[in-house]
Design a protein around this ligand. Structure first.
Ligand SMILES: O=C(O)c1ccccc1N[C@@H]1O[C@H](COP(=O)(O)O)[C@@H](O)[C@H]1O
Length: 213
């Protein structure tokens, strides 16, 4: 099946190579100091410059201010911005205009009421990332290895933008997640790691194969 995969939290050249070799379409760099996957702008630039054509480079930021956005986009060749904080629809539109990059807005899901946010952010974002809502008080708004009830997406109304499924996906459950939700794009971070922030190159390959059936 033609499922597009994003591997997030790449921090070493071998991570980028493993993602690209496995057939991932997107590679994510995390710019969030609290994350075990946080990379400096210098590291991200080197990884992005060396990334093979065909791997779209995504910068993940959380409630970033203009100075950080400008510093990242000025140094790192990017294909997309992933906004994973509490950015308002106005801020999403502003960053899209400011950077000239396509923007993917993360929406956290815990129950059916959260799905309403998707229609709101679809007005301003190029893609929607549908992730599990983090537990109260969590340090990270994503990358927690937590899944939501995928059946919530089964009764969905028509959405106009491309969307990506995330949250607690692993090589073992991604095929079932795709089957239940009808997702055509999936994103993983902690599910392909041997320890927080350390990508497991074999699991990256396992994940892409499992996602694509
Ligand atoms: O990966 C992180 O460290 C991270 C930090 C802050 C916000 C989002 C983060 N990751 C994104 O979260 C989801 C789900 O991750 P997981 O597979 O459950 O670990 C994914 O979209 C990552 O891009």
């Amino acid at each position: 099946m033609d499922i597009r995969v994003k591997i997030c939290g790449l921090s070493r050249p071998e991570d980028v190579a493993a993602a690209a070799d496995a057939g991932a379409v997107y590679g994510g760099f995390v710019f969030f100091p609290k994350s075990p996957r946080n990379v400096s702008i210098d590291v991200a630039r080197d990884l992005a410059v060396a990334a093979p054509v065909g791997l779209a480079k995504v910068a993940l930021v959380v409630n970033a201010d203009d100075a950080l956005i400008d510093a990242i986009t000025g140094a790192v060749p990017l294909d997309m911005l992933q906004l994973h904080g509490k950015e308002s629809p106005e801020r999403v539109a502003e960053l899209r205009a400011r950077t000239g990059l396509p923007v993917m807005k993360a929406v956290g899901i815990a129950g059916p009421e959260d799905l309403e946010q998707i229609a709101i952010y679809e007005q301003v974002a190029d893609q929607i990332l549908i992730d599990a809502k983090p537990p109260k008080g969590a340090d990270l708004p994503g990358g927690n290895g937590l899944a939501f009830d995928w059946r919530l997406l089964q009764g969905r109304k028509y959405w106009t933008r491309p969307w990506m499924l995330a949250g607690g996906l692993t090589p073992d459950n991604v095929a079932e997640a795709v089957r239940l939700t009808g997702a055509r794009q999936v994103d993983v971070s902690s599910g392909v790691e041997s320890a927080p922030g350390v990508k497991d190159l074999d699991r990256i390959g396992d994940f892409v194969r499992a996602a694509q059936g």
